[in-house]
Design a protein around this ligand. Structure first.
Ligand SMILES: [Zn+2]
Length: 299
């Protein structure tokens, strides 16, 4: 079933678990996430960055939406790091149920203005919106950007931002970075910052750059009040590590011969993340609570 982010994370917040948002840029990775979610009766978010959208083309989402809507497990199709009103409109046109507008590099007032504009338009068609405040660092290994130094989200700014924009969820900067960390860099999450934000903001909070942080830190952040964790590098890395091994050891060239083991390697990572976030088995709650699929209320 397809939900928007507000519907999906309301349940996660009430039942104190987080849902993984996995970046997808082809049908192999879609299978990894969707099949593993169904296998574990877990909700999941398919996240697509504007660069990934450009790569797969809009028609790809006919297949994605068909797959999600036909599944008994709840899914959200979400634009990750939308960079303009145009990229948000393209995603909505392709059938996305949720979008992110990332104005975190803009001055505070301009971030509010852009985010509010996206909220006003998206809410007209029941599409939920994620905003971002503070900046999430960049390890230099991803397309998602960010800055090299993390600027922590200020709790008082977070409250003002949420009130003025009407966003449904908020990505906060508490010390994670996009990408996989170099061996000499030790990521450190600021739980005190997260707790202070939690005290003044009531909407679900999002953690970006969740790859490579120690499991114990992620679990603690979920306990304090993170409802969505973005995962990209970790599981793509596992897929292509297996792929490189197969290609270097064999002369295979058929995708159907090469990819199954790669899919399995990436699925192992996804399952471990679902365990860590506490989302395994939670698809049941959506059924019990009779959460209507996206737009059925709206239509
Ligand atoms: Zn991100």
């Amino acid at each position: 079933m397809l939900l928007n982010m507000k519907q999906l994370l309301k349940v996660a917040k009430e039942h104190k678990f987080a849902v993984g948002a996995f970046n997808v840029a082809d049908s192999n990775f879609l299978r990894v996430v969707v099949e593993e979610a169904e296998e574990n009766n877990s909700p999941a978010i398919i996240a697509v960055h504007p660069d990934e959208l450009k790569f797969v083309k809009d028609e790809f989402f006919t297949y994605v939406l068909n797959r999600m809507k036909g599944s008994p497990v709840p899914f959200v199709l979400h634009l990750d790091h939308g960079d303009s009103l145009a990229s948000v409109m393209r995603a909505i046109h392709a059938g996305f149920s949720s979008v992110m507008i990332d104005g975190s590099l803009l001055p505070f007032e301009e971030n509010i203005k852009l985010t509010k504009q996206v909220v006003d338009i998206s809410h007209l068609v029941n599409v939920s919106v994620e905003g971002e405040l503070g900046t999430i660092g960049n390890t230099g290994t991803t397309i998602e950007g960010g800055v090299t130094k993390v600027i922590y989200t200020k709790p008082e700014d977070a409250r003002e931002f949420v009130e003025k924009t009407g966003v449904d969820t908020l990505a906060v900067a508490i010390g994670t970075c996009h990408g996989i960390y170099p061996k000499d860099v030790k990521p450190k999450l600021r739980m005190d910052v997260l707790k202070s934000i939690k005290e003044v903001v009531d909407i679900p909070l999002v953690l970006h750059g969740g790859s490579s942080n120690p499991d114990s830190e992620i679990a603690e952040a979920v306990k304090i009040g993170i409802q969505k964790v973005n995962i990209s590098s970790d599981y793509k890395f596992a897929f292509y590590k297996k792929c490189r091994q197969i290609l270097s050891e064999t002369e295979l060239w058929d995708p159907n011969a090469i990819y199954p083991e790669c899919i399995d390697a990436a699925k192992d990572v996804v399952r471990k993340k679902m365990q860590l976030f506490g989302s395994i088995g939670k698809a049941e709650i959506y059924k019990l609570e009779n959460i209507p699929s996206w737009r059925s209320e709206f239509n």
